[in-house]
Design a protein around this ligand. Structure first.
Ligand SMILES: C[S@@+](CC[C@H](N)C(=O)[O-])C[C@H]1O[C@@H](n2cnc3c(N)ncnc32)[C@H](O)[C@@H]1O
Length: 225
């Protein structure tokens, strides 16, 4: 019987076709658990694209590692993707409280958050963050704002008195698909909400701020000491 010839070398990996692919192939891997969560999110939940995803997830973990916050807040859990990324970067003894108003995701969330190696650091609250967060009486070192775009100003006004001096607020979707540039979208309440938030933060002398054009826009806000 004729033997098959061994390949002289392993064929090279396909080169990345876009900058996005290039970036993802040159940053830390997503990891099996997060990848499985991402896939399950797309399969079982509506609007799966709301989950932060690989690149933003790695950035959030790194920001947490840089800031080393003890009390972390997330507004808008959705499927728990960003929750797990941030929890992974927490220093010992730190805790993360995440709020989700849509109670139909609760079983999904308890399964994925509860089954993760980060479970002990995560507190899931089901309900409206605007009502529940002030009731906790916690001073926050780091807050990730990623819930209803129409309420971004309300979240900011709620959070500012609760933030520790030197703490950080990170707000997602602050370029809102580029719609923030469009004056004509005044009937679009989400665009108006994000525009009002950006204007408020830009004019607020209590904070330092920078907008990263990452994914859909990420604003980093530092509460001055
Ligand atoms: C963009 S998704 C969150 C994505 C998630 N942070 C991530 O990065 O994977 C927004 C979520 O905020 C939730 N939400 C909207 N308004 C809320 C509120 N007032 N309190 C708590 N959650 C809210 C929505 O139900 C939705 O699941």
């Amino acid at each position: 019987m004729q033997q098959r010839e061994k390949p002289s070398s392993i064929p090279p990996k396909e080169p990345p076709r876009s900058l996005d692919e290039y970036i993802l192939s040159h940053i830390d891997a997503e990891g099996e658990y997060l990848h499985a969560l991402w896939r399950d999110t797309q399969l079982r939940l509506s609007y799966g694209q709301m989950a932060s995803g690989h690149l933003q997830g790695r950035l959030l973990k790194m920001l947490i590692q840089m800031v080393k916050p003890l009390k972390v807040l997330e507004l808008g859990t959705f499927s728990g993707y960003a929750t797990l990324c941030m929890a992974d970067g927490l220093p010992p003894g730190a805790e993360l409280h995440t709020f989700e108003v849509f109670d139909e995701n609760e079983d999904f969330l308890r399964q994925w958050l509860g089954g993760s190696p980060q479970a002990g650091k995560i507190h899931l609250h089901i309900g409206d963050a605007l009502q529940l967060v002030p009731q906790l009486g916690i001073g926050w070192d780091f807050a990730y704002v990623d819930a209803d775009k129409r309420q971004y100003v309300d979240y900011y006004e709620m959070l500012m008195p609760l933030m520790r001096p030197g703490g950080y607020i990170v707000a997602d979707n602050t370029l809102w698909y580029g719609h923030v540039l469009e004056k004509a979208r005044q009937s679009d309440l989400q665009t108006r909400g994000v525009q009002a938030f950006n204007d408020l933060v830009a004019a607020d002398p209590r904070v330092e701020k920078v907008i990263l054009p990452l994914r859909d826009g990420l604003t980093l806000i530092r509460v001055k000491d």
